[in-house]
Design a protein around this ligand. Structure first.
Ligand code: R5P
Length: 268
């Protein structure tokens, strides 16, 4: 791998442990100002000290993130559809690689919709993007999207999606945690990160999901709603960070979270 590619990837996947804690705030590109992301700058600010990288569109990067931001930036470059439109899978490339270079992106991300009417379009989008990004040493993160069909989050399907993304040249992949997640990781020769999906019932569910993914060989998270929709986002990201970078168990992470929430309520 060339120096530029390795350097950019190291801003996201930390070289000391091969893991990443990415906070995505890109949901507005098809969902608009959803709960927790009405004011992206306000959402992001308390989380910055604890994250490795952010994932977002160029519009939110330019308008809501200070240019002296010194962590990794994954630029979302696919879109063109919306939650009220006919098809969530009907995505194209919406931001050029020249723009990614101009914005000093550490990586770019694009969704693929395997098994949908737009499978071919999104997979060829991925391949074309990779061809261009490899020329400039920019890693591409493939997002295995399921749209509204959350039931698709099972090992056989996700393993298929991740493997296809890696075969086409994605440098890393974002997917979902599932039973048998080790099969997804084993079949994919590049790092696999997990999204959180809709907010889970308890914090413990989140901690166990992350822990389980790492135990199965996963490389970390690109987790939004389960962190910034939490009542205590800063406590939540610190507990998540303890699991990812300090090998905390779900129980230890939960104790840490509870302690931080108590301190917060006392104004410590
Ligand atoms: C989809 O809207 C985006 O790609 C999100 O970045 C992705 O779903 C991860 O966010 P969450 O953990 O909220 O699912």
């Amino acid at each position: 791998m060339d120096w530029g590619m390795r350097n950019r990837l190291s801003r996201i996947i930390q070289p000391r442990d091969g893991r990443a804690l990415v906070i995505p705030i890109d949901h507005g590109y098809f969902l608009g100002p959803m709960t927790g992301l009405e004011d992206p700058r306000k959402t992001l600010e308390p989380l910055i000290p604890y994250l490795d990288a952010i994932m977002l569109t160029r519009g939110i990067l330019r308008n809501c993130v200070d240019p002296n931001f010194d962590k990794g930036v994954i630029l979302r470059v696919s879109g063109g559809q919306s939650i009220v439109g006919p098809s969530l899978s009907d995505e194209d490339i919406i931001t050029s690689v020249e723009e990614a270079v101009r914005l000093n992106a550490s990586a770019v991300s694009l969704s693929i919709y395997v098994g949908t009417e737009h499978e071919h379009q999104t997979l060829t989008n991925l391949a074309k993007l990779i061809d261009e990004c490899e020329r400039y040493g920019i890693p591409v993160l493939a997002v295995t999207a399921v749209g509204r069909e959350l039931e698709k989050r099972e090992a056989r399907y996700l393993a298929l999606c991740c493997r296809i993304a890696a075969e086409l040249g994605a440098r890393f992949v974002k997917t979902y945690y599932c039973d048998g997640f080790e099969k997804v990781v084993e079949g994919c020769p590049v790092p696999v990160l997990i999204a959180g999906g809709p907010k889970m019932e308890t914090e413990m569910d989140v901690f166990e999901t992350i822990y389980g993914s790492l135990e199965a060989g996963g490389s970390g998270v690109v987790m939004g709603r389960n962190i910034w929709q939490n009542d205590h986002p800063a406590a939540m990201i610190r507990a998540v960070r303890a699991i990812i970078h300090e090998d905390a168990t779900p129980k230890e992470a939960h104790q840490f979270y509870t302690q931080l929430v108590e301190e917060e309520s006392k104004g410590v």
